[in-house]
Design a protein around this ligand. Sequence first.
Ligand code: ZN
Length: 419
Amino acid sequence: MNIKIHRGLEQIGGCITEISTDTSRIFVDFGQNLPGCGKPSTPEEDEKMVKALFSYNSKKHEAVFYTHGHEDHVGLFEYIPDNVPQYMSQGTKELLSIKYGLLSEGASLKVGELQQCDCNSDEYNTAVNLCAQAENKCRLIKRMKTWHRTAPHKKTQSILIGDISVTPFFNCHSIYDSHMFLIEADGKRIWHTGDYREHGYMGKGLIPTLRKYATEIETLITEGTMLKRADKCIHEREISLKMANVMRAFKYVFVLASATDIERLAAIKEAANEAGKTIYVCSKFMKQTMDFFTMQEEELSHGLFSFHPKFYNQRFFRSAKRNGMVMIAGSSQKDRISKLIMGLPQEEILLIYSSWDGYYKDPEQIKANPTYKEFREMFHNVVDIHTSGHADRQTIEKVIKTVNPREVICIHKEEDAEL
Ligand SMILES: [Zn+2]
């Protein structure tokens, strides 16, 4: 069995791992490069690179497996040849279908609006192109093959691609339904962690899962995002307690967080309940992911992952103004939030910045996407309450010790980061 890390040894994100035998091969993740990590590329260059990877070393049986739905792991899915099946967890497929469904809806509305007015043809053509791209992604997502998370105490299911067997195991990360893989072929066993952590609500299964299933591993492929970062990884429960404390002190609390991170949304919700505040959202994406999480996980999690936010509109404004609120929003809702806070006294407003601080501190990140910084700067009172979606050094060491492999390959890490 051969392992080739095409991208990820010297960069965070944009990971592509190839594992092959004489007759078969699989790829784990096909991610887009993150801003500031790896060489920036145009969509045309991305497409060319993917086509090149599939044009050599090709095998009779081929497939792509995705660990989770972050762009730096799935971002290039549209360029995978049509005859190569792509696999992802059922939750990942649903999140991507919500995302691209809304993008496509928004893009086609924009095309409709531009048809009504005297816009210039460049603007119109751009809108038509964006619409076609989003529709194409929706079509491709529908064709993704899926696996279901293994229920507790149930037998794991493997997927066979020629003579390679892939078994997905649930993994706690800052996005819903992330997985790691046991890959077996030629009598050898590889463990690919994907992105993971132990300090989330669902992280306590990490070591027991490895103890039970990651046995006799030849090669462990682990992520190393945090190896050079000094951030302290506190548990999501602690995040929630910190949030509850500050939520009590301000009448209007805004929280900048990701719509796909079910655990952070739960931490925020628990904190709002503690502080006696009603939760509002103002984006369809946030509303739809929360509805999906509730439908899937409410019962299993005994209510931890149960979300019933109010959708913010003028009708609710009076009640929110009277009673206070917690508004959860993503950075793309900047304009909507800006209008909303204009009607409120700044001294009674707090922003809880609950995302990676690099988005507003690192010049390269700001250049690629200034909205996090701009969002933050709309507020006078800001507090950072966040913990990473990735394993800290201590957890990585524990994972290596537990798996006890013959060799370790560290990916998804900075160039000079060392284990
Ligand atoms: Zn990730």
